[in-house]
Design a binder for this molecule. Structure first.
Ligand code: DAT
Ligand code: MG
Length: 145
């Protein structure tokens, strides 16, 4: 791929897929004007998740996070568009779904189910570097040289 359009990795996490919210997440991404480039439903293995969440290795929530993310199907999506990384983070809302603003995916559709904020429906890359790193992990064929 030679396009220079910005790309991001979006995940509908196991809680979002199990609750039937995949379509609603994709609807919001498309309604905002971003383009879907790839999508795949799969249950990620530990190795992929440990790489994906490498920045959080050693934190107290790392193990429960990896376990939760491996607990069922995840919808992995590559979306593109000008400033899509920042734009999807804005659509997703704050990490804690109880505190996330209404109007956002986490604020409208999420809540805190127990003491942790692990189940917050979606993931979105947080920088150009993490987006390209995460896309290469989840969609090796779509990685840029
Ligand atoms: P975000 O997903 O908003 O980028 P993050 O990168 O800081 O947030 O954390 C990654 C995920 O880890 C987050 O979506 C949910 C989980 N998480 C973060 N902080 C947590 C905490 N204090 N307790 C439990 N899970 C947490
Ligand atoms: Mg993050």
């Amino acid at each position: 791929m030679t396009s220079t359009t910005e790309r991001t990795l979006i995940l509908v996490k196991p809680d979002g897929v199990a609750r039937g919210l995949s379509g609603e997440v994709l609807r919001r991404v498309e309604a905002k004007g971003y383009r879907l480039e790839a999508a795949e439903l799969r249950t990620p293995d530990r190795h992929l998740l440990e790489e994906h969440y490498a920045e959080h290795a050693g934190k107290p929530f790392f193990e429960p996070l990896v376990e939760f993310m491996a607990s069922g199907p995840v919808l992995a999506v590559v979306a593109s568009g000008n400033r899509v990384i920042e734009g999807f983070r804005s659509l997703a809302g704050a990490t804690d779904p109880t505190a996330a603003a209404p109007g956002t995916i986490r604020g409208d559709l999420g809540r805190t189910w127990d003491t942790a904020v692990t189940q917050n429906i979606v993931h979105g890359s947080d920088s150009l570097e993490s987006a390209e790193r995460e896309i290469a992990l989840w969609f090796p064929a779509a990685a840029r040289a």
